[in-house]
Design a protein around this ligand. Structure first.
Ligand code: OXD
Ligand code: MN
Length: 610
C-alpha cells in the first residue's frame, strides 16, 4: 500500500477528518492504491476505463458499460437504515441497530478491495453556497472506476468541496466496496449484499454491487435517505424523490416552479424534462431543474424553496425517444460524454439501442449484443422476443446537457416552489388533476400516493401499492414523524405552495385506451394549477379536491375526444369510497401519525358520504 498521507498531500486534500477516514477504510478494505478524484480527471479516467475494457466506445464521446447480469437494479430488501435509537424504526425503513450493522459491514469489507485502487471522491450535493451546503458534503470511497465516472456526472466532485468545510468533520462518510459479484448469492437466501445507511452517524456502507442505484452513494443513499434523516433531525428541510421544473409565461413574465413525486414508472423524468405542446410553445417556456431529488426548505421570505442536489441525470433508458422525451434524447447525443448502462450495444458500429428507442429494433442484427453481451443474431427461437436492453437500463448525463436546463439551475439560493404535485399511474379513480389547498390534506394526499403495481393480477381488486410521497424505498425515519415534519415545514411557510394530484394514465373502462394524450400535453394541467393558485380560475369543488371546470383547461391544439375529457374531469364516487377504505387500513399501520392526517382522512370519507 502506498503511503496514504503522501497521496492525500499530493492531491491537496487538506481536511484532517477526511484524511483520517480515508486511512481507516484503506486499512480495512486492504486496497492496493489510493487515488483522489476531481472532475478534471474525467477524460483520463475514461481513457483508463476504455483501455481496461470496463467501458466501451458508443460514438463520439459517448460510452457504454455493462453491469454484472445479477446486479442491474436497486435492491430494496438488502437496503437498511441503521441508527442507535430503536424508536427510529418505521414500517418502510428496514431499521437495524447501528452497532450490529457496522460490525457486519466492517467484516464484509475487510480485505475486500485487496489488489484494487480505492478512489476517493469528495463531492457536494448542492450548488456551492446553498443554505443547505452543510448537509451536502460527502466523500465516497469506491473500488470501482466506473462508479467514479458515474459520480463525476451525477455530483460536483473535487477536493475544493471538502477542504474548507465550516465544520471539517461534517461530511457524509460513504464507503462502497464492490465485492465478488459472481459469488454474492443475489436474490437467494444466502444473499451477501448489504446497503446500509447509518443515518445518525452520517455513514453509508454499501457492499456487493456496482450498479448505480446501489453504488453512486451521493445520489440515493446521501441525497435521499441521509438527507431526509438530516432534514428531520435538524428540523430544517425535506429531501424527497421529487422532480423540479419551471414554467414561464412569456406574455405576462410570470414564472412558477413545481416540484413533485411519482412512484417509479409514472413518468417523472419525462415530465421533468418536458417541453410545452406545440400550440402553447409561443407563450410558455418550460425549464428543467431536476428529475429525481429535491431538497426543500423555508426561505426568509416565507416561501418554500427547492433545489436539485444532483449534477446529472441517471435516467431509465427504456421508452425514451423523440416523442416521449425529446430533451433527454438531446442530452445523450454525441459529444455529451453520456454513459449508457445495460442497453443493447453494437460491437461493430458502437451504436446503442433500447426498447422504445424506435418502434422496432434495428433490422440488421450484425454486431448487435444484448445487455448481457450475447449476440442477438444467435438467439434461439425461444429467446427471440427477449428484450435487447435490460428494462432498468440507464443513461447518465450531466444536467447541463439537457437543452432546456434552467438558466438558474446552479443558483445556490434555489427557487421558490409554487406547487407540489403527486402523481401515480392509475387506470381509474384519479382524475387528470385535483388541486388541494389545505396543507394537511395535501400531506395526507402525498402519504396515500399509490400506483397500480400488479393491478388485478394479485386479486386485490384495484388496491394500489402505496408509496408515501414516492419515498417508500428511501424512508429513513418513521412515517408518523415524517408526516409531522412535512406539516411543520410547509406549515411554517407564510406563502404556501398549492398541492395537487395528477394522473396521466386514466383508461377507458370499456376498451382500455388512454383518455389523456400525456407527455407534452401534461403541461396543460400544470398551467391550470398555477392559474388556480393565482386566483385566475376557481375550478369545481369535489370531495377529493378542486377539479378544472371544462372551459378552464387550455385545450388549444389538443386532440381529444370530448367524452374522454369529460371523464378525465370527473370523479368516480363509488370507486373513491372504496379507495378511502383501503387508505384507512394502510394508514393504520403507521404509529404516531399526526391528528391532522386523520382529520383529513375523515373529512374526505365524510364528504364522499362514507
Ligand atoms: C431510482 C433512481 O431507482 O432514481 O429511483 O435511480
Ligand atoms: Mn429515483
Amino acid at each position: 500500500m502506498a503511503d496514504v498521507d503522501a497521496v492525500l498531500e499530493a492531491a491537496h486534500l487538506k481536511n484532517d477528518h477526511v484524511r483520517e477516514y480515508v486511512r481507516y477504510w484503506a486499512g480495512i478494505t486492504g486496497a492496493a492504491n489510493i487515488e483522489v478524484v476531481s472532475a478534471d480527471d474525467d477524460a483520463r479516467l475514461i481513457q483508463e476505463a476504455l483501455a481496461a475494457g470496463e467501458i466501451l466506445p458508443a460514438g463520439d464521446d459517448l460510452y457504454y458499460s455493462r453491469s454484472y447480469y445479477k446486479d442491474t437494479a436497486r435492491s430494496e430488501e438488502r437496503t437498511i437504515v441503521a441508527t442507535s435509537n430503536p424508536a427510529d424504526k418505521g414500517v418502510y425503513n428496514n431499521w437495524y441497530p447501528a452497532p450490529e450493522m457496522k460490525e457486519k459491514l466492517t467484516g464484509l469489507m475487510t480485505g475486500a478491495s485487496r489488489g484494487k485502487t480505492m478512489y476517493v471522491i469528495p463531492y457536494l450535493m448542492s450548488a456551492p453556497g446553498s443554505p443547505l451546503e452543510k448537509y451536502a458534503a460527502g466523500v465516497e470511497l469506491t473500488d470501482n472506476r466506473s462508479v467514479v465516472l458515474h459520480m463525476n456526472r451525477m455530483a460536483r466532485v473535487g477536493v475544493e468541496y471538502i477542504n474548507n468545510l465550516a465544520d471539517p468533520d461534517s461530511f457524509v462518510r460513504a464507503v462502497h466496496v464492490t465485492g465478488d459479484l459472481e459469488n454474492l448469492g443475489q436474490g437467494t437466501p444466502e444473499d451477501k449484499r448489504y446497503f446500509v445507511t447509518v443515518a445518525d452517524e452520517r455513514t453509508i456502507l454499501h457492499y456487493g454491487s456496482s450498479y448505480g442505484g446501489n453504488a453512486l452513494l451521493g445520489k440515493i443513499a446521501h441525497g435521499l435517505r441521509q438527507a431526509a434523516y438530516d432534514g428531520w433531525a435538524s428540523r430544517k428541510f425535506l429531501a424527497e424523490q421529487f422532480m423540479l421544473l419551471g414554467i414561464t409565461d412569456k406574455v405576462t413574465g410570470k414564472k412558477w416552479h413545481i416540484a413533485g413525486g411519482f412512484p417509479s414508472a409514472s413518468g417523472k423524468t419525462n415530465l421533468a424534462m418536458t417541453l410545452p405542446p406545440d400550440a402553447l410553445g409561443d407563450r410558455y417556456h418550460v425549464e428543467f431543474y431536476g428529475d429525481d431529488i429535491a431538497w426543500m426548505w423555508v426561505g426568509e421570505d416565507g416561501r418554500l424553496y427547492g433545489m436539485n442536489p444532483e449534477f446529472g441525470v441517471f435516467g431509465v433508458a427504456k421508452d425514451t425517444n423523440e416523442h416521449t422525451n425529446p430533451t433527454a434524447i438531446e442530452s445523450i447525443k454525441p459529444g455529451t460524454r453520456a454513459i449508457f448502462t445495460n442497453v443493447a450495444y453494437n460491437a461493430k458500429t458502437h451504436k446503442v439501442w433500447f426498447e422504445g428507442r424506435t418502434p422496432n429494433p434495428p433490422a440488421d442484427l450484425d454486431g448487435w449484443l444484448d445487455w448481457k453481451g450475447n449476440p442477438v443474431a444467435d438467439r434461439s427461437p425461444a429467446e427471440a422476443n427477449d428484450p435487447w436492453a435490460h428494462p432498468n437500463s440507464r443513461f447518465t448525463t450531466t444536467l447541463a446537457n439537457v437543452p432546456n436546463i434552467a438558466s438558474d439551475y446552479d443558483n445556490p439560493a434555489g427557487v421558490p416552489i409554487d406547487g407540489i404535485i403527486f402523481g401515480g399511474r392509475t387506470r381509474d379513480r384519479e382524475p387528470l388533476i385535483r388541486a388541494i389547498t389545505d396543507v394537511a390534506e395535501g400531506v395526507y394526499d402525498g402519504l396515500t400516493l399509490g400506483a397500480e403495481a400488479t393491478f388485478a393480477a394479485d386479486g386485490l381488486d384495484g388496491q394500489l401499492r402505496y408509496d408515501p410521497m414516492s419515498m417508500r424505498p428511501f424512508m429513513s425515519y418513521p412515517e408518523g414523524p415524517y408526516a409531522a415534519h412535512w406539516l411543520s415545514i410547509i406549515g411554517a411557510c407564510a406563502n404556501k405552495p398549492i398541492f395537487a394530484h395528477v394522473n396521466w394514465f386514466q383508461r377507458d373502462a370499456e376498451d382500455g385506451h388512454f383518455l389523456w394524450p400525456g407527455y407534452r400535453d401534461n403541461l396543460r394541467a400544470l398551467l391550470w394549477l398555477m392559474q388556480l393558485r393565482d386566483g385566475e380560475v376557481s375550478g369545481v369543488e369535489t370531495p377529493v379536491g378542486i377539479l378544472p371546470a371544462k372551459d378552464e383547461l387550455n385545450t388549444d391544439g389538443l386532440q381529444i375526444d370530448p367524452a374522454d375529457l369529460d371523464k378525465l374531469l370527473t370523479i368516480d364516487v363509488a370507486r373513491w369510497k372504496q379507495e378511502v377504505g383501503f387508505r384507512q387500513e394502510y394508514l393504520e399501520q403507521f404509529a404516531g401519525l399526526p391528528e391532522e392526517i386523520w382529520t383529513a382522512q375523515r373529512r374526505v370519507a365524510e364528504s364522499l358520504g362514507n
